[in-house]
Design a protein around this ligand. Structure first.
Ligand SMILES: Cc1cc2nc3c(=O)[nH]c(=O)nc-3n(C[C@H](O)[C@H](O)[C@H](O)COP(=O)(O)OP(=O)(O)OC[C@H]3O[C@@H](n4cnc5c(N)ncnc54)[C@H](O)[C@@H]3O)c2cc1C
Length: 465
């Protein structure tokens, strides 16, 4: 069993996490490392290889960089894309710009790669810590009792899991949302869908086709083509051995029944009619693809119940468009932020025992809500910037088409931020100002005095040696 990175005293708090996606796993790992008792309930009966390309940005990478590096960072690094730049073209293949990769940083690493590869690493890390992950437990309903100060869930089989709080990290079709909002709120179509695929480049003939071999011949590459209302992105991984693409296009389909279906290659080729022959060649060589309907949801009025013993986290609270490149990262930030709030509340002598959980959950929401809302806006901004580009203007200033990577988003340290803001934010009635979200100096000046400092990555390494 691996050692936790920091020896926090046990808090005695029992946390029930529903959902073993990136958000639920991070919440559980961070809660465990910060001394809380935790159990994860996941509806899937066995760990399954699901999804395709996903990105963990530096703002989330730094949460993972504080975990045991031999079990997490080293493994993620071996599995992720190692490209030099993101090459952008117009839809007909005219080169526009090479945007250099985000500068590497050991404490704030960025990982792009297969969702299932990354998910397995984090899932196995949680297992190595001894966190109980109960697979095949589909939660049917959420409950809480303010007088008793407890929250609990009931599974399809009628089993009850009770704790001091319940975390609904149950994804875009969250059931926890009903208890939190008091009504059943369904996701709506965003007006777009993504055809997506991930496959073996050699077996598909990508390595030998003169039109496609440039994407895999010299290691990993990341390439985009932008057209009216459509963009097509290709990424290669593991030294060009595996290739993935996504094609985002308009789609008003009703998503009531299903939001991820088998796609048809011919339909993708129709969308790419008249596009760079290299895009079409990649699609023609693709064994199969998925038709992924992009759901959207207006920002929820709240992520926590009135008595603040149940909260939402990750996609359950805020689904992201892929063009934000932040869905997974914000779920990871949420998990770390929640565990930090619980630890701070527990250690804060001004918070009464019965108010420990409600204060933590209210402060979690206060400190996360505006940041996540701003990050969500990036999805639509990037999509519209690409889909409605004025190419005459872009030619004059190619930098204007780059993927935005603002410091407030990429360099934010969610744990430090919460520690710095705890004293003022945990006070009832305090409203957080948007400008406080700005990337601050790297210091713990407002750190709560009874809480151990965030260990820098090198200290973690030394402790483990
Ligand atoms: C199958 C799948 C494939 C995906 N593929 C991609 C991809 O290729 N690229 C990409 O960018 N994003 C993908 N995503 C979305 C991405 O993982 C999330 O947007 C992001 O990581 C936020 O994670 P999350 O933990 O909030 O939600 P999710 O990753 O959606 O995790 C939610 C978890 O809750 C579980 N769950 C749901 N309902 C219940 C219930 N009633 N009881 C118990 N457990 C429940 C789900 O099985 C799931 O494991 C995928 C998500 C899923 C579920």
């Amino acid at each position: 069993m691996a050692s936790p990175i920091a020896e926090y005293p046990k808090t005695g708090l029992k946390v029930v996490v529903v959902g073993a996606g990136f958000g639920g796993l991070t919440a559980a790992i961070e809660c465990y490392l910060k001394g809380h008792e935790v159990v994860i309930l996941e509806k899937t009966p066995t760990w399954t290889q699901l999804g395709d390309i996903i990105s963990i940005s530096p703002n989330a990478g730094q949460v993972l960089s504080r975990w045991d590096s031999s079990l997490v960072a080293d493994k993620l690094n071996a599995l992720c894309m190692h490209h030099k730049h993101f090459r952008i073209h117009t839809h007909n293949g005219d080169w526009v710009l090479d945007q250099p990769k985000y500068p590497p940083n050991k404490e704030k690493p960025m990982y792009n790669g297969h969702r299932a590869d990354f998910h397995r690493v984090i899932y196995e890390y949680a297992m190595s810590l001894g966190i109980p992950i109960q697979l095949g437990r589909r939660v049917a309903s959420y409950h809480e009792d303010d007088i008793e100060g407890k929250a609990w869930v009931v599974t399809d089989e009628g089993e009850i899991f009770k704790g001091d709080l319940v975390v609904g990290a149950d994804g875009v079709r969250s059931k926890a949302r009903k208890l939190v909002l008091g009504y059943d709120d369904k996701p709506k179509s965003s007006g777009y869908a993504v055809y997506r695929a991930w496959f073996d480049a050699e077996a598909a003939g990508i390595t030998t086709d003169p039109l496609t071999r440039e994407f895999v011949a010299n290691g990993d590459t990341h390439t985009g083509w932008l057209g009216p209302d459509v963009h097509f992105l290709v990424a290669t991984c593991k030294g060009g051995k595996e290739i993935s693409w996504v094609c985002t296009h308009r789609d008003e389909a009703n998503i009531e029944e299903s939001w991820s279906l088998p796609g048809k290659i011919d339909d993708v080729l129709k969308i790419l009619e008249g596009w760079d022959p290299r895009c079409r060649a990649i699609v023609e060589r693709t064994p199969s693809c998925v038709d992924w309907k992009l759901v959207s949801r207006d920002p929820l009025p709240t992520w926590i119940t009135a008595s603040a013993r149940t909260c939402l986290l990750g996609d359950a609270a805020h689904p992201f468009l892929p063009t934000s490149i932040q869905g997974c990262s914000q779920a990871i930030e949420d998990g770390c932020a929640l565990a930090t709030c619980l630890a701070l509340s527990h250690a804060d002598p001004t918070v009464s025992p019965l108010q420990k959980v409600p204060t933590a959950l209210k402060t979690y929401q206060k400190l996360r809500y505006e940041r996540v809302k701003e990050a969500q806006k990036k999805g639509e901004q990037v999509r519209d910037m690409w889909h409605k580009a004025d190419w005459t203007k872009v030619r004059e200033n190619p930098e204007s088409i780059k993927l935005p990577r603002e410091d407030w988003l990429m360099r934010h340290d969610c744990e430090r931020y919460i520690r710095r803001q705890w004293v003022r934010a945990s006070v009832e009635g305090c409203v957080m100002k948007r400008e406080w979200l700005a990337c601050g100096p790297e210091s713990d000046e407002f750190m709560y005095q009874d809480m151990p400092p965030t260990p820098p990555a090198e200290d973690t390494m030394k402790r483990l040696l």
